[in-house]
Unconditional design. Structure first.
Length: 238
């Protein structure tokens, strides 16, 4: 087995679904499916034993929920990246999964090539959220920041432990980086930002990387949450 393969653990209570994902990943030389589990507790055991690079984890399983399983998996395998793969479009499931430590949240109607790309992205230490769910994430944070009830506000904050507490850190950003941060806060992709600003997509990517470094953030998801909590992202921003 090649050392540079991405080791993937599948955790889903639907055998046929796991079989389909396994067949898909086995068709790529860059992946190695190291194990399968039909429930959260078995998934936790295998995560601790096998130490996969990425776990594809269903949220709605009998017994232990996926988001609770994610939290416990990361206790026994902290270097593992947990990527939720679920049918649930509920914003609370999304937010609580991120709070539990999941690095991403994908819907099961995802295209095969998009799933493959997402697993590679997760393995590289980045976060991935389905575009249709990113809007729900940001709306949840925006509502909390705008004075929602304490209970909603608490639930609306994903685990962004690297969030700077001081808004003055925005001053570290160049005008272009701040502009791009506003686009990220609206849930727009690098390609969409590049088109809007008439820049090369590679240039936008470099700006995003520099912005994350300056703000001590780990991902675009964290950057989007940070920007919304700082009041950026509306079309009225200057």
């Amino acid at each position: 087995m090649s050392e540079d393969r991405i080791r993937v653990l599948l955790v889903d209570d639907h055998t046929l679904f796991r079989s389909g994902i396994r067949s898909l990943l086995q068709s790529y030389a860059c992946f190695e499916v190291v194990g399968e589990a039909g429930d959260g507790r078995e998934g936790i055991r295998l995560a601790g034993q096998l130490k996969p690079h990425v776990v594809l984890l269903d949220n709605n399983m009998p017994g232990l929920s996926g988001r609770e399983a994610a939290r416990l998996m990361l206790e026994v395998a902290p270097a593992t990246r947990v990527l939720m793969l679920t049918v649930s479009e509920d914003s609370e499931d999304l937010i609580e999964s991120l709070r539990a430590g999941a690095c991403g949240y994908l819907l099961k109607n995802i295209q095969a090539e998009t799933l493959v790309s997402a697993i590679k992205t997760a393995a590289q230490g980045e976060s991935v959220v389905s575009p249709q769910m990113m809007g729900k994430l940001l709306n949840g944070v925006r509502n909390a920041a705008g004075g929602a009830s304490a209970g909603v506000a608490s639930a609306a904050r994903p685990p962004v432990s690297a969030l700077p507490a001081d808004a003055a850190e925005l001053e570290r950003l160049s005008p272009r980086e701040r502009e791009i941060l506003q686009f990220i806060a609206r849930g727009q992709s690098n390609k969409e930002i590049a088109r809007a600003l008439e820049l090369a997509e590679s240039t936008v990517k470099i700006h995003v990387q520099n912005m994350l470094r300056k703000l001590n953030l780990n991902s675009r998801v964290q950057a989007a949450v940070y920007a919304v909590e700082k009041g950026l992202g509306s079309h009225a921003d200057g």
